[in-house]
Design a binder for this molecule. Sequence first.
Ligand code: LLP
Length: 413
Amino acid sequence: MIKYNNDLLYVEDLSLKEIAKDKPTPFYVYSLQQMRRNIDIINETFEGLNFHISFAAKANNNLYILEALKDMGVGIDIVSKGEFEAAKRVGFTNEYVVVNGNAKSDAFLREMLTYQPRGLNIDSPEELERLSEICVQTERGIKVALRVNPDVDPITHPYISTGLKKNKFGMDLETAAAVIKQYHSHPYIQINGLHLHIGSQLLYISPYEDAYSKVYDFISSLETHNLTYINIGGGWGIDYHKQGQDFPVEEYKEKVIPILKRFNMDLILEMGRYIIGNAGILVSKVEYIKRTPFKSFIVSDASMADLIRPSLYDGYHHIYPVTKDGEEELPFDVVGPICETGDRFAEDRIMTTPIVGDYIAICDTGAYGFAMSSNYNFTLRPAEYLIKDKGLVEIRPREDFDELVSYYKPEVL
Ligand code: LLP
Protein backbone atom coordinates (compact mmCIF):
# COMPACT_ATOMS: atom_id res chain seq x y z
CA MET A 1 0.00 0.00 0.00
CA ILE A 2 3.00 2.31 0.51
CA LYS A 3 5.77 2.68 -2.08
CA TYR A 4 8.09 5.18 -3.74
CA ASN A 5 7.42 6.37 -7.23
CA ASN A 6 10.04 8.75 -8.66
CA ASP A 7 11.35 9.38 -5.14
CA LEU A 8 7.94 10.40 -3.85
CA LEU A 9 6.08 8.23 -1.36
CA TYR A 10 2.63 7.02 -2.39
CA VAL A 11 -0.19 5.48 -0.38
CA GLU A 12 -2.19 3.39 -2.80
CA ASP A 13 -2.42 5.73 -5.82
CA LEU A 14 -2.02 9.02 -3.99
CA SER A 15 1.18 10.96 -3.42
CA LEU A 16 1.63 11.77 0.26
CA LYS A 17 3.33 15.03 -0.63
CA GLU A 18 0.30 16.04 -2.68
CA ILE A 19 -2.03 15.01 0.16
CA ALA A 20 -0.01 16.93 2.75
CA LYS A 21 0.64 20.13 0.87
CA ASP A 22 -2.45 22.06 2.00
CA LYS A 23 -3.11 20.34 5.31
CA PRO A 24 -2.03 21.08 8.86
CA THR A 25 0.28 18.34 10.12
CA PRO A 26 0.40 15.88 11.69
CA PHE A 27 -2.52 13.85 10.37
CA TYR A 28 -3.50 10.22 10.00
CA VAL A 29 -4.38 8.66 6.68
CA TYR A 30 -5.99 5.24 6.25
CA SER A 31 -6.52 2.99 3.24
CA LEU A 32 -9.87 1.28 2.92
CA GLN A 33 -8.42 -1.02 0.30
CA GLN A 34 -5.76 -2.27 2.71
CA MET A 35 -8.38 -2.96 5.36
CA ARG A 36 -10.27 -5.01 2.77
CA ARG A 37 -7.13 -6.96 1.85
CA ASN A 38 -6.54 -7.79 5.51
CA ILE A 39 -10.10 -8.97 5.99
CA ASP A 40 -9.84 -11.10 2.86
CA ILE A 41 -6.83 -12.90 4.36
CA ILE A 42 -8.74 -13.62 7.56
CA ASN A 43 -11.75 -14.88 5.60
CA GLU A 44 -9.57 -17.16 3.52
CA THR A 45 -7.83 -18.54 6.59
CA PHE A 46 -11.05 -19.55 8.30
CA GLU A 47 -12.84 -20.73 5.17
CA GLY A 48 -14.94 -23.80 5.86
CA LEU A 49 -15.41 -22.94 9.54
CA ASN A 50 -18.48 -21.27 10.98
CA PHE A 51 -16.92 -17.97 12.04
CA HIS A 52 -17.80 -14.36 12.70
CA ILE A 53 -15.21 -11.56 12.64
CA SER A 54 -15.63 -8.75 15.12
CA PHE A 55 -13.39 -5.70 15.01
CA ALA A 56 -11.84 -4.64 18.32
CA ALA A 57 -12.95 -1.01 18.34
CA LYS A 58 -10.26 -0.10 20.84
CA ALA A 59 -7.74 -0.30 18.00
CA ASN A 60 -9.44 2.48 16.07
CA ASN A 61 -12.73 4.04 17.03
CA ASN A 62 -13.24 6.55 14.25
CA LEU A 63 -16.92 6.19 13.45
CA TYR A 64 -16.33 6.26 9.70
CA ILE A 65 -13.83 3.41 10.01
CA LEU A 66 -16.37 1.47 12.05
CA GLU A 67 -19.03 2.19 9.45
CA ALA A 68 -16.75 1.05 6.63
CA LEU A 69 -16.03 -2.20 8.48
CA LYS A 70 -19.72 -2.74 9.12
CA ASP A 71 -20.30 -2.38 5.40
CA MET A 72 -17.70 -5.11 4.84
CA GLY A 73 -19.80 -7.44 7.00
CA VAL A 74 -17.58 -7.27 10.08
CA GLY A 75 -19.04 -7.03 13.60
CA ILE A 76 -17.66 -5.02 16.51
CA ASP A 77 -16.05 -5.89 19.83
CA ILE A 78 -16.67 -3.23 22.46
CA VAL A 79 -15.23 -2.71 25.95
CA SER A 80 -16.89 0.45 27.21
CA LYS A 81 -20.08 2.43 27.21
CA GLY A 82 -18.47 4.82 24.74
CA GLU A 83 -17.63 2.05 22.27
CA PHE A 84 -21.14 0.67 22.74
CA GLU A 85 -22.69 4.03 21.88
CA ALA A 86 -20.35 4.37 18.89
CA ALA A 87 -21.40 0.91 17.64
CA LYS A 88 -25.06 1.85 17.82
CA ARG A 89 -24.44 5.25 16.26
CA VAL A 90 -23.00 3.71 13.11
CA GLY A 91 -25.79 1.17 12.91
CA PHE A 92 -24.38 -2.13 14.22
CA THR A 93 -27.31 -4.26 15.38
CA ASN A 94 -27.09 -6.46 18.47
CA GLU A 95 -26.19 -9.58 16.47
CA TYR A 96 -22.99 -7.80 15.42
CA VAL A 97 -21.89 -6.63 18.86
CA VAL A 98 -19.60 -8.58 21.19
CA VAL A 99 -19.05 -7.15 24.65
CA ASN A 100 -15.80 -7.36 26.57
CA GLY A 101 -14.30 -5.69 29.62
CA ASN A 102 -13.27 -6.70 33.10
CA ALA A 103 -15.07 -3.96 35.04
CA LYS A 104 -18.62 -3.78 33.72
CA SER A 105 -20.76 -1.57 35.90
CA ASP A 106 -24.14 -2.47 37.28
CA ALA A 107 -25.81 -0.03 34.89
CA PHE A 108 -23.93 -1.43 31.89
CA LEU A 109 -24.87 -5.03 32.73
CA ARG A 110 -28.51 -3.96 33.05
CA GLU A 111 -28.29 -2.34 29.65
CA MET A 112 -26.85 -5.55 28.17
CA LEU A 113 -29.79 -7.53 29.51
CA THR A 114 -32.10 -5.38 27.45
CA TYR A 115 -29.76 -5.14 24.48
CA GLN A 116 -28.90 -8.86 24.19
CA PRO A 117 -25.58 -8.63 22.31
CA ARG A 118 -24.25 -11.48 20.17
CA GLY A 119 -21.70 -12.23 22.87
CA LEU A 120 -21.28 -11.05 26.46
CA ASN A 121 -17.89 -12.06 27.80
CA ILE A 122 -17.79 -12.42 31.56
CA ASP A 123 -14.42 -11.83 33.15
CA SER A 124 -14.82 -13.24 36.64
CA PRO A 125 -17.13 -15.24 38.93
CA GLU A 126 -17.72 -11.96 40.77
CA GLU A 127 -18.99 -10.30 37.63
CA LEU A 128 -21.23 -13.28 36.85
CA GLU A 129 -22.67 -13.13 40.36
CA ARG A 130 -23.50 -9.47 39.88
CA LEU A 131 -25.16 -10.25 36.56
CA SER A 132 -27.11 -13.08 38.14
CA GLU A 133 -28.47 -10.77 40.85
CA ILE A 134 -29.62 -8.30 38.20
CA CYS A 135 -31.22 -11.10 36.17
CA VAL A 136 -33.18 -12.28 39.19
CA GLN A 137 -34.27 -8.73 40.03
CA THR A 138 -35.36 -7.91 36.50
CA GLU A 139 -36.49 -11.43 35.56
CA ARG A 140 -34.52 -11.27 32.35
CA GLY A 141 -32.28 -13.99 30.92
CA ILE A 142 -29.07 -13.86 28.90
CA LYS A 143 -26.45 -16.06 27.26
CA VAL A 144 -22.85 -15.39 28.24
CA ALA A 145 -19.31 -16.55 27.49
CA LEU A 146 -16.75 -17.06 30.24
CA ARG A 147 -13.37 -15.51 29.64
CA VAL A 148 -10.81 -18.12 30.51
CA ASN A 149 -7.15 -17.53 31.19
CA PRO A 150 -5.25 -20.52 29.78
CA ASP A 151 -1.91 -19.42 31.28
CA VAL A 152 0.22 -19.41 28.15
CA ASP A 153 3.03 -17.05 27.27
CA PRO A 154 2.10 -15.16 24.11
CA ILE A 155 5.73 -14.09 23.52
CA THR A 156 4.97 -10.39 23.16
CA HIS A 157 5.46 -7.16 25.12
CA PRO A 158 4.47 -7.75 28.78
CA TYR A 159 2.02 -4.80 28.74
CA ILE A 160 0.00 -6.46 25.98
CA SER A 161 0.12 -10.06 27.13
CA THR A 162 -3.15 -11.06 28.73
CA GLY A 163 -3.32 -14.84 29.00
CA LEU A 164 -0.83 -15.52 31.78
CA LYS A 165 -2.19 -16.48 35.18
CA LYS A 166 -0.61 -13.37 36.73
CA ASN A 167 -2.59 -11.11 34.33
CA LYS A 168 -5.82 -9.51 35.46
CA PHE A 169 -8.02 -11.05 32.76
CA GLY A 170 -10.31 -14.05 32.81
CA MET A 171 -10.50 -17.03 35.13
CA ASP A 172 -8.29 -20.07 35.43
CA LEU A 173 -9.68 -23.26 33.96
CA GLU A 174 -10.40 -24.88 37.31
CA THR A 175 -12.50 -21.91 38.37
CA ALA A 176 -14.24 -21.87 34.99
CA ALA A 177 -15.18 -25.56 35.42
CA ALA A 178 -16.69 -24.83 38.82
CA VAL A 179 -18.62 -21.85 37.45
CA ILE A 180 -19.98 -23.87 34.51
CA LYS A 181 -21.20 -26.52 36.94
CA GLN A 182 -22.68 -23.97 39.32
CA TYR A 183 -24.66 -22.19 36.61
CA HIS A 184 -25.66 -25.28 34.70
CA SER A 185 -29.35 -25.02 35.44
CA HIS A 186 -29.52 -21.34 36.31
CA PRO A 187 -32.98 -19.96 35.53
CA TYR A 188 -31.68 -16.87 33.72
CA ILE A 189 -28.07 -17.36 32.74
CA GLN A 190 -26.87 -19.77 30.10
CA ILE A 191 -23.13 -20.15 29.63
CA ASN A 192 -22.97 -20.96 25.94
CA GLY A 193 -19.49 -19.73 25.07
CA LEU A 194 -15.88 -19.55 26.17
CA HIS A 195 -13.68 -16.58 25.40
CA LEU A 196 -9.92 -16.28 25.41
CA HIS A 197 -7.59 -13.57 24.22
CA ILE A 198 -3.99 -14.26 25.15
CA GLY A 199 -2.30 -11.09 23.97
CA SER A 200 -1.62 -8.68 21.18
CA GLN A 201 1.02 -8.37 18.43
CA LEU A 202 1.67 -12.11 18.35
CA LEU A 203 3.96 -13.31 15.59
CA TYR A 204 4.40 -16.89 16.71
CA ILE A 205 1.90 -19.67 16.28
CA SER A 206 2.77 -21.89 19.23
CA PRO A 207 0.97 -19.76 21.87
CA TYR A 208 -2.26 -20.13 19.87
CA GLU A 209 -1.73 -23.87 19.53
CA ASP A 210 -1.10 -24.19 23.26
CA ALA A 211 -4.01 -22.01 24.29
CA TYR A 212 -6.63 -23.54 21.99
CA SER A 213 -5.46 -27.09 22.75
CA LYS A 214 -5.75 -26.40 26.47
CA VAL A 215 -9.27 -25.11 26.00
CA TYR A 216 -10.17 -28.10 23.83
CA ASP A 217 -8.94 -30.48 26.53
CA PHE A 218 -10.78 -28.43 29.10
CA ILE A 219 -14.11 -28.75 27.29
CA SER A 220 -13.56 -32.47 26.77
CA SER A 221 -13.05 -32.84 30.49
CA LEU A 222 -16.39 -31.22 31.41
CA GLU A 223 -19.11 -33.64 32.47
CA THR A 224 -21.81 -31.46 31.01
CA HIS A 225 -22.09 -28.02 29.42
CA ASN A 226 -24.17 -25.88 27.07
CA LEU A 227 -21.25 -24.47 25.06
CA THR A 228 -21.95 -23.71 21.41
CA TYR A 229 -19.15 -21.33 20.52
CA ILE A 230 -15.58 -20.24 21.26
CA ASN A 231 -14.50 -16.63 21.04
CA ILE A 232 -10.85 -17.09 20.10
CA GLY A 233 -9.84 -13.45 20.63
CA GLY A 234 -7.51 -11.50 18.37
CA GLY A 235 -3.82 -10.73 18.63
CA TRP A 236 -2.48 -11.39 15.14
CA GLY A 237 0.66 -9.30 14.79
CA ILE A 238 1.86 -7.16 11.91
CA ASP A 239 5.25 -6.56 10.32
CA TYR A 240 6.21 -3.29 12.01
CA HIS A 241 9.89 -3.76 11.14
CA LYS A 242 9.09 -4.18 7.46
CA GLN A 243 11.47 -7.11 7.30
CA GLY A 244 8.99 -9.65 6.02
CA GLN A 245 7.94 -10.87 9.46
CA ASP A 246 4.24 -10.96 8.67
CA PHE A 247 1.86 -12.97 10.76
CA PRO A 248 2.50 -16.58 9.60
CA VAL A 249 -0.92 -17.22 8.14
CA GLU A 250 0.09 -20.42 6.32
CA GLU A 251 1.50 -21.92 9.51
CA TYR A 252 -1.68 -20.88 11.33
CA LYS A 253 -3.74 -22.70 8.70
CA GLU A 254 -1.60 -25.77 9.05
CA LYS A 255 -1.31 -25.92 12.84
CA VAL A 256 -4.14 -23.95 14.43
CA ILE A 257 -7.09 -24.40 12.08
CA PRO A 258 -7.15 -28.21 12.62
CA ILE A 259 -7.38 -27.63 16.38
CA LEU A 260 -10.25 -25.17 15.86
CA LYS A 261 -12.01 -27.64 13.56
CA ARG A 262 -11.94 -30.27 16.27
CA PHE A 263 -14.09 -28.06 18.52
CA ASN A 264 -16.93 -28.41 16.02
CA MET A 265 -18.38 -25.17 17.35
CA ASP A 266 -19.05 -21.67 16.04
CA LEU A 267 -16.16 -19.22 16.31
CA ILE A 268 -15.97 -15.53 17.05
CA LEU A 269 -12.76 -13.65 16.20
CA GLU A 270 -11.81 -10.34 17.79
CA MET A 271 -9.25 -8.77 15.51
CA GLY A 272 -7.98 -5.24 15.92
CA ARG A 273 -4.44 -4.60 14.78
CA TYR A 274 -4.45 -7.08 11.90
CA ILE A 275 -7.43 -5.38 10.27
CA ILE A 276 -6.36 -1.75 10.57
CA GLY A 277 -2.73 -1.56 11.75
CA ASN A 278 -0.94 -1.55 8.40
CA ALA A 279 -3.76 0.46 6.81
CA GLY A 280 -2.80 3.67 8.65
CA ILE A 281 0.04 6.19 8.42
CA LEU A 282 0.86 9.19 10.56
CA VAL A 283 2.17 12.02 8.39
CA SER A 284 4.30 14.63 10.09
CA LYS A 285 6.31 17.65 9.03
CA VAL A 286 10.06 17.88 9.60
CA GLU A 287 10.52 21.10 11.53
CA TYR A 288 14.27 20.84 12.04
CA ILE A 289 17.22 18.63 11.58
CA LYS A 290 19.22 19.32 14.69
CA ARG A 291 22.81 18.21 14.85
CA THR A 292 24.76 18.10 18.09
CA PRO A 293 28.31 16.83 18.54
CA PHE A 294 26.73 13.58 19.74
CA LYS A 295 23.61 12.95 17.71
CA SER A 296 21.41 14.03 14.84
CA PHE A 297 17.73 14.58 15.49
CA ILE A 298 14.83 14.75 13.10
CA VAL A 299 12.51 17.09 14.99
CA SER A 300 9.00 16.34 13.74
CA ASP A 301 5.75 18.08 14.59
CA ALA A 302 4.09 14.80 15.64
CA SER A 303 4.58 13.69 19.21
CA MET A 304 3.89 11.02 21.77
CA ALA A 305 0.51 12.75 22.21
CA ASP A 306 -0.38 11.69 18.66
CA LEU A 307 1.22 8.24 18.78
CA ILE A 308 2.27 6.86 22.14
CA ARG A 309 3.32 3.32 21.13
CA PRO A 310 7.06 4.03 20.82
CA SER A 311 7.16 5.80 24.21
CA LEU A 312 4.91 3.31 25.99
CA TYR A 313 6.01 -0.04 24.61
CA ASP A 314 9.19 0.85 22.80
CA GLY A 315 7.07 0.06 19.76
CA TYR A 316 8.90 0.12 16.46
CA HIS A 317 7.30 2.00 13.57
CA HIS A 318 9.04 2.22 10.25
CA ILE A 319 9.59 5.81 9.12
CA TYR A 320 10.02 6.96 5.52
CA PRO A 321 10.87 10.42 4.27
CA VAL A 322 8.02 11.42 1.97
CA THR A 323 10.55 12.80 -0.52
CA LYS A 324 13.70 10.78 -1.07
CA ASP A 325 16.21 13.34 -2.27
CA GLY A 326 19.08 10.90 -2.39
CA GLU A 327 21.02 12.31 0.57
CA GLU A 328 23.05 9.78 2.47
CA GLU A 329 21.64 7.44 5.09
CA LEU A 330 22.52 8.42 8.65
CA PRO A 331 21.50 7.42 12.16
CA PHE A 332 18.81 9.75 13.49
CA ASP A 333 16.69 10.06 16.60
CA VAL A 334 13.22 10.99 15.43
CA VAL A 335 11.67 13.15 18.13
CA GLY A 336 8.60 15.29 18.70
CA PRO A 337 7.89 18.64 20.37
CA ILE A 338 6.73 17.36 23.79
CA CYS A 339 8.79 18.26 26.84
CA GLU A 340 9.84 14.71 27.65
CA THR A 341 12.86 12.74 26.58
CA GLY A 342 10.54 9.78 25.96
CA ASP A 343 8.86 11.77 23.19
CA ARG A 344 10.70 9.92 20.43
CA PHE A 345 9.60 7.70 17.59
CA ALA A 346 13.00 6.17 16.86
CA GLU A 347 16.51 6.07 18.27
CA ASP A 348 19.65 5.82 16.13
CA ARG A 349 17.50 4.87 13.16
CA ILE A 350 19.41 4.68 9.93
CA MET A 351 17.38 6.57 7.37
CA THR A 352 17.71 8.83 4.36
CA THR A 353 18.05 12.44 5.53
CA PRO A 354 14.66 14.08 5.05
CA ILE A 355 14.23 17.66 3.83
CA VAL A 356 13.35 20.31 6.40
CA GLY A 357 9.81 21.50 5.71
CA ASP A 358 9.02 18.21 3.96
CA TYR A 359 7.30 15.26 5.58
CA ILE A 360 7.91 11.87 7.12
CA ALA A 361 5.48 8.94 7.11
CA ILE A 362 5.29 6.94 10.33
CA CYS A 363 3.98 3.57 9.20
CA ASP A 364 1.60 0.98 10.60
CA THR A 365 -0.19 3.41 12.85
CA GLY A 366 -3.77 2.49 11.97
CA ALA A 367 -4.21 0.52 15.20
CA TYR A 368 -3.71 2.02 18.67
CA GLY A 369 -2.52 5.26 17.06
CA PHE A 370 -5.17 7.94 17.12
CA ALA A 371 -7.17 5.77 19.54
CA MET A 372 -4.50 6.28 22.22
CA SER A 373 -3.77 9.93 21.44
CA SER A 374 -4.08 12.69 24.01
CA ASN A 375 -3.88 16.44 24.48
CA TYR A 376 -0.68 16.29 26.50
CA ASN A 377 1.16 19.61 26.36
CA PHE A 378 -2.17 20.95 25.09
CA THR A 379 -1.55 19.71 21.59
CA LEU A 380 -4.57 19.29 19.35
CA ARG A 381 -5.44 15.81 18.18
CA PRO A 382 -4.68 15.36 14.47
CA ALA A 383 -7.13 15.12 11.59
CA GLU A 384 -7.89 11.73 10.02
CA TYR A 385 -8.39 10.99 6.33
CA LEU A 386 -9.56 7.90 4.50
CA ILE A 387 -8.50 6.89 1.01
CA LYS A 388 -11.64 5.53 -0.58
CA ASP A 389 -12.23 4.81 -4.25
CA LYS A 390 -8.90 6.50 -5.07
CA GLY A 391 -10.00 9.78 -3.42
CA LEU A 392 -9.38 11.29 -0.01
CA VAL A 393 -12.17 11.86 2.52
CA GLU A 394 -11.68 13.80 5.75
CA ILE A 395 -13.15 11.51 8.39
CA ARG A 396 -12.30 13.68 11.38
CA PRO A 397 -11.17 17.29 11.39
CA ARG A 398 -8.17 18.38 13.37
CA GLU A 399 -9.24 19.19 16.91
CA ASP A 400 -10.28 22.74 17.55
CA PHE A 401 -8.79 24.66 20.46
CA ASP A 402 -12.00 26.58 21.21
CA GLU A 403 -14.01 23.35 21.40
CA LEU A 404 -11.42 21.84 23.65
CA VAL A 405 -11.66 24.67 26.19
CA SER A 406 -15.40 25.21 25.82
CA TYR A 407 -15.89 23.92 29.39
CA TYR A 408 -14.05 26.99 30.66
CA LYS A 409 -16.32 29.82 31.76
CA PRO A 410 -14.46 32.75 33.35
CA GLU A 411 -17.34 33.48 35.78
CA VAL A 412 -17.31 30.02 37.48
CA LEU A 413 -14.62 30.69 40.07
N1 LLP B 1 -9.92 -8.92 22.32
C1 LLP B 1 -9.58 -8.46 23.53
C2 LLP B 1 -10.27 -8.98 24.70
C3 LLP B 1 -8.57 -7.50 23.66
O1 LLP B 1 -8.24 -7.06 24.87
C4 LLP B 1 -7.90 -7.02 22.52
C5 LLP B 1 -6.85 -6.03 22.63
C6 LLP B 1 -8.30 -7.51 21.26
C7 LLP B 1 -9.31 -8.48 21.21
C8 LLP B 1 -7.68 -7.08 19.98
O2 LLP B 1 -6.34 -7.39 19.94
P1 LLP B 1 -5.50 -7.20 18.58
O3 LLP B 1 -6.11 -8.10 17.54
O4 LLP B 1 -5.60 -5.77 18.19
O5 LLP B 1 -4.14 -7.59 18.96
N2 LLP B 1 -2.31 -0.69 22.84
C9 LLP B 1 -1.56 -1.89 22.55
C10 LLP B 1 -2.45 -3.07 22.28
C11 LLP B 1 -3.44 -3.36 23.38
C12 LLP B 1 -4.36 -4.50 23.06
C13 LLP B 1 -5.52 -4.51 23.99
N3 LLP B 1 -6.44 -5.55 23.76
C14 LLP B 1 -0.61 -1.60 21.41
O6 LLP B 1 -0.58 -0.48 20.92
O7 LLP B 1 0.14 -2.48 21.01
